[in-house]
Design a protein around this ligand. Structure first.
Ligand code: GRF
Length: 247
């Protein structure tokens, strides 16, 4: 190896893993029920790391209260105080970097991210979306699924890339749609599935099992299929003690 090869990346590769817990920063805008699922998993030692900060762009987000109650630093960074999306994302990058996260978790963070922001954290940012991606990217997923009369719906955890709701999918949980389902019942059942799979995906990432590559997501070094791993309706319903007969 010539001295010119001896760059800081090489040094980083040679540095032993730090003994401290893996650090997670969670971004929210609202209720934060997924944040709560992560906090609960952490409190049961199932997260594989620690939520070190919660950042909200909405000052009234209920998730901030959840963070306070769990003794986690809660930061409000209101987007309305910035002139442009780029200025906001620049400020957000600074706040996030202060916490030296291993992973950034989007949990109902209702902002479109700039390419600069996404590139800064590419490969270490996960999102959860209320549909079986690539179906129903964007908003109002439950209503659109009902209108289409689909038999299956659900949620997806995916790596965040510049394409909105378009990054490599890691894990999905499926839901059989019942004839009497409404937007509200779908929302509730999908939420329960989100709370089931998000802490699992976060743990896999923090354990180093789940990785982002330019070709897609890998698990234990093996490429995942485009729709990631999938928890069936039956398995999810059993985990959640749902009445499978009802569907
Ligand atoms: C969830 O439905 C998630 O899929 C979407 O935003 C919602 C956040 O809910 N990205 P909560 O704030 O975690 O309760």
């Amino acid at each position: 190896m010539s001295s010119t090869d001896y760059n800081s990346d090489t040094l980083n590769d040679m540095t032993p893993e730090p003994a401290g817990a893996r650090r997670v920063v969670v971004l929210i805008s609202g209720s934060g029920s997924n944040l709560q699922a992560l906090i609960d998993a952490q409190q049961h030692d199932h997260l594989g790391g620690e939520v070190v900060a919660v950042i909200s762009n909405e000052p009234d987000a209920f998730g901030l209260k959840r963070a306070h109650e769990a003794g986690i630093e809660a930061v409000v960074l209101p987007h309305r105080e910035y002139d442009s999306r780029d200025a906001y994302d620049g400020a957000l990058i600074k706040v996030i970097e202060r916490h030296e996260p291993d992973l950034i978790v989007l949990a109902g963070f209702m902002r479109i991210l700039t390419p600069r922001f996404v590139q800064r954290f590419l490969g270490k940012m996960l999102n959860i979306h209320p549909s079986l991606l690539p179906a129903y990217q964007g908003l109002n997923t439950h209503a659109r699924a009902l209108t289409d009369g689909v038999s299956h719906h659900g949620c997806s955890v995916h790596f965040v890339t510049e394409e909105l709701d378009g990054g490599p999918v890691v894990l999905q949980a499926e839901l059989s749609v019942a004839s009497d389902d409404t937007v509200e019942t779908l929302k509730e059942k999908v939420h329960a599935r989100e709370h089931l799979i998000y802490p699992i995906a976060v743990r896999w990432f923090l354990e180093g099992r789940l990785q982002y590559t330019a070709e897609g997501a890998t698990m234990d070094g093996h490429p995942l299929p485009p729709q990631g791993m999938r928890l069936s309706h039956e398995d999810a319903a059993e985990e959640l003690d749902e009445d499978v007969e009802a569907n």
